[in-house]
Design a protein around this ligand. Structure first.
Ligand code: CU
Length: 105
């Protein structure tokens, strides 16, 4: 290998490591009109992924209006969290469905 190749390989490897160390995907399953787990913790930049196992459409709607995610039946939807803090959310179609995302910096 030439020094140029070694340098490129090092940059690529470092990029892979730093990306995997920073961003995680946190999964919430929706099963029979319940968010499981009801509360998850994420870091800024992480992705929250809702997996809808029901045959009904649901939403994850932040009570403070910051975000609104629709999850079609048997589908998965994702949100990248950008703001630290505690976000309570609910489903617009089934308001007794409630969850919480705690975002740490
Ligand atoms: Cu719902």
């Amino acid at each position: 290998m030439t020094p140029r190749w070694i340098c490129l390989a090092a940059v690529a490897l470092f990029g892979l490591i730093s990306v995997s160390a920073q961003a995680a995907t946190i999964q919430v399953t929706i099963d029979k009109l319940v968010f499981v787990p009801a509360e998850v913790t994420a870091k800024v930049g992480d992705t929250v992924e809702w997996i809808n196992k029901d045959i009904l459409a649901h939403t994850a709607t932040a009570t403070n209006g910051d975000w609104n995610v629709t999850i079609a039946p048997k589908q998965t939807s994702r949100l990248v969290v950008k703001k630290p803090g505690t976000a309570d959310y609910f489903c617009k179609y089934h308001p007794n469905m409630k969850g919480r995302v705690v975002v740490t910096p």
